[in-house]
Design a protein around this ligand. Structure first.
Ligand SMILES: NC(=O)c1ccc[n+]([C@@H]2O[C@H](COP(=O)([O-])OP(=O)(O)OC[C@H]3O[C@@H](n4cnc5c(N)ncnc54)[C@H](O)[C@@H]3O)[C@@H](O)[C@H]2O)c1
Length: 228
């Protein structure tokens, strides 16, 4: 290859197929659009209803959009999601683990119900999705896994010990998968956004959201710092 052979297409994603969990709302929707704009087809498993807005925006870029209503914490669901993506799009080249929840509560009332629900979505489902895509990425010797971390991958914060714990956990999972999968030409990275407001209503895709998601629109208890 010669220096004059440089072309922006080298950075394009045309022909690649991506899964974005929770990719029809909030930051997940932004990741979906970023991938589609780069040329990738996107498969979105999400608990939130799909009103067609994300599909319309993705298809306007020329990329394909496939949606699967799914609770990724369900037993066997991450495998079904990956199988369905391969069935509909032909392969899985990229995974973005974006689905996440953030139940709030003061220490004395933050019990196992909130803890378990947060661990299941933010950590266990992200692990299982990563495990299932790795089954395909290792033999094909290529792939990208991107985990959505948080400032609370590094901080403690108030009102959601489970959020901080799971976001620390996913940072660790990112490093462990990165260290082991690099030799298979699979890159594993984490992104830690700060508080990010949701898009305004016309571009907002979700019609039903999990009540405890990391919303920036429903305020935390007075005086509290919202986990992000
Ligand atoms: N918004 C922020 O300020 C911010 C900052 C840092 C990190 N994050 C992280 O970014 C990610 C997206 O956050 P957001 O604020 O855009 O959230 P959001 O509430 O808009 O989206 C959450 C998505 O996760 C999906 N989801 C939740 N539980 C699920 C389940 N069991 N099965 C399938 N899908 C499920 C929902 O359907 C929804 O699409 C999260 O991991 C969050 O922790 C957000």
């Amino acid at each position: 290859m010669d220096i004059t052979d440089f072309a922006m297409d080298l950075f394009g994603l045309r022909g690649k197929n991506a899964i974005v969990t929770g990719g029809n709302t909030g930051l997940g929707q932004a990741f979906t659009m970023a991938l589609a704009t780069g040329g990738a087809n996107v498969f979105v498993p999400s608990l939130a209803d799909d009103d067609g807005a994300t599909a319309a925006m993705v298809r306007a870029t020329g990329a394909r959009y496939e949606f699967m209503q799914a609770d990724i914490t369900g037993s066997g669901t991450p495998k079904r999601v990956v199988d369905e993506c391969i069935e509909r799009l032909g392969s899985v080249d990229i995974l973005i683990n974006s689905a996440g929840i953030c139940p709030l509560g003061e220490v004395l009332e933050f019990g196992r119900d909130k803890w378990d629900a947060t661990v299941q979505v933010n950590l266990t489902a992200a692990f299982e999705m990563s495990y299932e895509v790795a089954q395909h990425m290792v033999p094909q010797r290529s792939g990208k896994i991107i985990n959505i971390c948080s400032m609370f991958s590094f901080l403690g914060g108030r009102l959601s010990p489970a959020y901080a714990a799971t976001k620390h956990g996913i940072a660790g999972l990112t490093k462990a998968y990165c260290d082991e999968l690099a030799e298979h030409n699979i890159q594993v990275n984490g992104i830690a956004p700060a508080t990010t407001p949701r898009p305004s209503p016309p571009t907002r895709a979700a019609t039903r959201r999990p009540t405890s998601a990391c919303s920036t629109t429903s305020p935390p208890p007075a005086g509290a710092t919202r986990p992000t």
